[in-house]
Design a protein around this ligand. Sequence first.
Ligand code: GLN
Length: 279
Amino acid sequence: MKKILSAILAGTMMCSMAIGFAGCGGSGEASKTETTAPAETKAVSTADSATKDSANKGENGELHMATNAFFEPYEYYENDKIVGIDAEIAEAICDKLGYTLVIDDMDFDSIITAVQSGKADFGMAGMTVTEERKQAIDFTDTYTNAVQVIIVKEGSDKVKTKDDLKTAVIGVQMGTTGDIYVSDYEADGATIERFNKGADAVLALAQGKVDAVVIDNEPAKAFVAQNEGLVILDEPFENEEYAICVAKGSELTEKINGALAALKEEGKVDEIINKYIKA
Ligand code: GLN
């Protein structure tokens, strides 16, 4: 079922795994999902644009989804397979549209560039709709709400409220809305430490290298569950909405919106979300 292919592209070793992914559209026919293994660095997004089968817009029956698969419960690895809310909704959308889903894992802040350049057909990564991002890419209709929260060490004296962040050392995942929001605090005296993965920011918090981490609520819950001695402050930081991003002017927007509307109508989106997020 699995095969590991190694390809040397522009001097960069990349590893791709073709992985069977149980179809979640309810039809007996499981569609195939291929997963490109994580780009530890940004090598994948820069070195291989000329050689990778991409920008296909479904031409070989595939749609490439750019994501960062370290964002439980939206996208994360279960053994070799990328699972989660986004992975399953994307799979259901591709089922509806008749495409095979291929997931390309990369740093979060490479996703928009990958979609803009056509290296990926769409980006889905718990991505918040923002006016600034809309300048670069189009968003589909939203599929869920989220909230940015603050994680601190249990009993932290340094950060008890949102306001305390202004004088704190704050860990964020680079290029995320958490990063964008707290950047405003730099002028007040906050120091921002930017990490490629949310997990690395949380590790820095556990090690006392940062005073707080600002990140999306559901991944925050997963991180706190995995790291003893961390808590999420009750005071929410910012409310947001997630959507799928596509290249500006792409006809995919309409297609995805159609599939998404049908999946919402059928209760499939709620079903997938409820499978991963227990009320
Ligand atoms: N929702 C945040 C954003 O869009 C974080 C997403 C992520 O880290 N995957 O910036």
